[in-house]
Design a protein around this ligand. Sequence first.
Ligand code: ADP
Ligand code: MG
Length: 225
Amino acid sequence: MTAALAELLDVTRAFPGDPEVQALKDVSLTINDGDYLSIVGPSGSGKSTMLNILGLLDRPSVGQYRLAGHVTADLGDHQRAALRARAIGFIFQAFHLLPHRSVLDNVLLAMLYSGVPRQERVPRALAALERVGLGHRLHFLPTTLSGGERQRVAIARAVVSGPRLLLADEPTGNLDQATSGEVMALFEELNRGGLALVVITHDDAIARRAARRVRILDGRLSEQA
Ligand code: ADP
Ligand code: MG
């Protein structure tokens, strides 16, 4: 039996306050290498909270999260950061590129804490940027690129360290329909190469492209048959 890549076991995430908000309630989910999941749900239903836990940016209040064979609650801060850098890639709606650094630097900087040996970083960054079709934009600043190009830089940055799980929070939310299709096609090509892909979206057409579809309503998760 091979272990799951990522496993949420009865996870609740409560934000203290008056009243307390339970952003996730008793959520269990298993993700295997090569899976392709979409997550839909209304604003405030807990989608980003779940992605943040999957990506080790946040922790369950109750329940367990296992990633790549680790019980994540047992990890110290340093081990957690190292596992995140090695195993996880993140993509955000607003791209989150460094505006005053070149396209190439944005991708190189992503490898600082990932354990990629120094002499391999430039060749890997170049290969990742070629792969997303931006080999001709290496020395451009992100602010001079189109939205679709910026998101492709973000994808190169997210995959350059060779993660097993790619987490995308509304990755096409700032893109027009044609560009969204191109970005999704790129994700799907990476997924066919074995990378597990989780995409939060408001767009039903995008959600339907995924092999597994998960819905979150008021912190509770259900998977479509
Ligand atoms: P979604 O991504 O589906 O729009 P979120 O996961 O961002 O939803 O939020 C789910 C719920 O948790 C919301 O009610 C939100 O206000 C609350 N929440 C999220 N993050 C925090 C936080 N850091 N502190 C307090 N409440 C939060
Ligand atoms: Mg959100």
